[in-house]
Design a binder for this molecule. Structure first.
Ligand SMILES: [Ca+2]
Length: 163
């Protein structure tokens, strides 16, 4: 009986011998007869790539495109996002030096890869860079009608009856 038991345990040892020194692949290490795999790999010998895109749906965030690679994965971010998993929203309102892209205290509204400025009077323009002269100077045109160019400079039009 005793001999039989020893034979059984020996047989089981052979089945469980999942690794020997150096048999674990892709940087995996063998300890207690088991391969401990580096992240990105799986399988008894660490020879199987983990398909992160399928196993972890949404690993690439903000509707990014996921591409499986050997031992890793890659996210292709949409505009306005960055970072390994595209989790970081780029602040489209800030310039490289950290100041607001909207001038003259305009309020910046961050969008997906773009921004817009809400200007304070009398500023106009996509960056609030121009002064609306019609609003800036009271009665600029007297009794005439003040019209403005796209860049805010005033055009005075006289009423016909007063010419
Ligand atoms: Ca992979």
């Amino acid at each position: 009986m005793g001999g039989n038991k020893r034979a059984n345990s020996h047989f089981r040892f052979c089945l469980d011998a999942a690794c020997t020194s150096g048999s674990c692949q892709n940087g995996g290490t063998c300890s207690n007869n088991k391969c401990s795999c580096k992240s990105g790999f799986t399988g008894n010998q660490c020879d199987v790539d983990v398909d992160e895109c399928n196993e972890f749906p949404g690993i690439c965030q903000n509707k990014a495109t996921c591409t499986n690679t050997k031992g890793s994965y890659a996210c292709t971010c949409r505009a306005a996002y960055t970072g390994t998993n595209c989790s970081i929203n780029i602040d489209g309102c800030k310039t490289d030096d950290g100041s607001s892209k909207c001038l003259n205290n305009g309020t910046c509204i961050d969008g997906e890869g773009e921004f817009s400025c809400k200007c304070q009077d009398p500023y106009i323009g996509s960056l609030c860079q121009w002064v609306d002269e019609c609003k800036n100077v009271k009665n600029l045109c007297g009794k005439g009608v003040c019209d403005k160019h796209r860049n805010g400079s005033a055009i005075c039009r006289c009423n016909r009856s007063r010419v």
